[in-house]
Design a protein around this ligand. Structure first.
Ligand SMILES: Cc1cc2nc3c(=O)[nH]c(=O)nc-3n(C[C@H](O)[C@H](O)[C@H](O)COP(=O)(O)OP(=O)(O)OC[C@H]3O[C@@H](n4cnc5c(N)ncnc54)[C@H](O)[C@@H]3O)c2cc1C
Length: 284
């Protein structure tokens, strides 16, 4: 029974380039992030909102964590201005080039260093890497229960469990897991609050930076050296130019022409792209 216990909630916030501004460097096989403006990964903003709403209900504390280069600190200050209590940036040259394995490991070590974390809230996936592997990875490293694609988060204080709605194909399930737990949340699952400008312009907002040495991590397990995958090649996807034709005439004439064109393909049993049409006889 933990009726009097207040939760310490960690939120993993990733700073990502705006999708429309990202370019792939075909030679280095990496994303060229330098010339793109950055933003919080969209579902991570929903993750922060869930954490702040849970704190409003159960008291406790909200810590935000990010792994990335030093400039991420400015973004973590925005999270503090939105309402987080403390911010931690895991930043070290040794963390560079990480795939999801060392990313989840490094974040897990940061969360472990917080000491008393009851719930870790992440976004469902990033808009740049988009693997959705990091939250389950954190749960595995820390031996915590996990819920993916969650929404409607509740803490059941009397049972010290997390209750969440979990979206599935064609439906949803409502599950509870014991705390401590890791949950990844759906983008748009809540209405994030705005920055509190009084916090932004008031007392200086501090971000604690932890290096590889601070986390006491094995250098072989972080960054490029700790990555299990290698980007063997990057190429542009071929785009197929589709044949187009603009029909002219009155709406009735256009509709008649369209029906006549489609009828030809249905009678042949093929689609305009040459593929077999399904049940042509039924449509002819
Ligand atoms: C083979 C390979 C090589 C790569 N090489 C590089 C590279 O050289 N340089 C590079 O910059 N990237 C590289 N990446 C991308 C890098 O692995 C991912 O950006 C990172 O591991 C996070 O994975 P993801 O974006 O798929 O996160 P997801 O699992 O899709 O993210 C889910 C959630 O996890 C949390 N999260 C994820 N990452 C972070 C973070 N850094 N800080 C805080 N929270 C986080 C967020 O809450 C996020 O919403 C590589 C990826 C692969 C697969």
């Amino acid at each position: 029974m933990n009726a009097m216990r207040t939760p310490h909630i960690a939120v993993c916030l990733k700073v990502v380039p705006r999708p429309e501004e990202v370019k792939v460097n075909l030679e280095t096989r990496t994303l060229d992030r330098a010339n793109a403006r950055q933003q919080f990964n969209p579902p991570d903003v929903n993750a922060l909102e869930f954490a702040l709403a849970l704190r409003e209900k159960h008291v406790g504390r909200v810590s935000v964590l990010s792994m990335g280069p030093p400039f991420f600190a400015e973004y973590l200050k925005l999270a503090l201005a939105v309402g987080a209590d403390t911010a931690y940036l895991l930043s070290d040259r040794a963390f560079g080039g990480a795939d999801t394995l060392p990313t989840s490991y490094t974040l897990a070590r940061g969360i472990a260093k917080l000491g008393d974390c009851d719930l870790v809230v992440c976004g469902e996936e990033s808009s740049d890497g988009a693997t959705a592997q990091v939250p389950p990875g954190i749960a595995e490293w820390l031996g915590m229960a996990q819920v993916t694609y969650g929404s409607d988060l509740e803490i059941l204080p009397e049972r010290w469990r997390l209750k969440a709605r979990r979206e599935l194909k064609g439906g949803h399930e409502v599950i509870t897991v014991p705390l401590p737990a890791v949950v990844s949340v759906r983008v748009g699952a809540n209405e994030p609050r705005f920055i509190d400008f009084a916090r932004l312009t008031g007392e200086p907002l501090g971000v604690t930076v932890w290096s590889a040495a601070d986390l006491g991590v094995d250098p072989a397990m972080v960054g490029l050296s700790g990555s299990a995958t290698v980007v063997a090649g990057v190429d542009r996807a071929e785009t197929v130019e589709r044949r187009r034709e603009l029909l002219t005439g009155t709406p009735e004439e256009k509709a008649r022409t369209l029906v006549e064109r489609i009828a030809v393909y249905l009678a042949r049993g093929t689609r305009p792209d040459g593929a077999a049409a399904s049940s042509p006889a039924a449509h002819a």
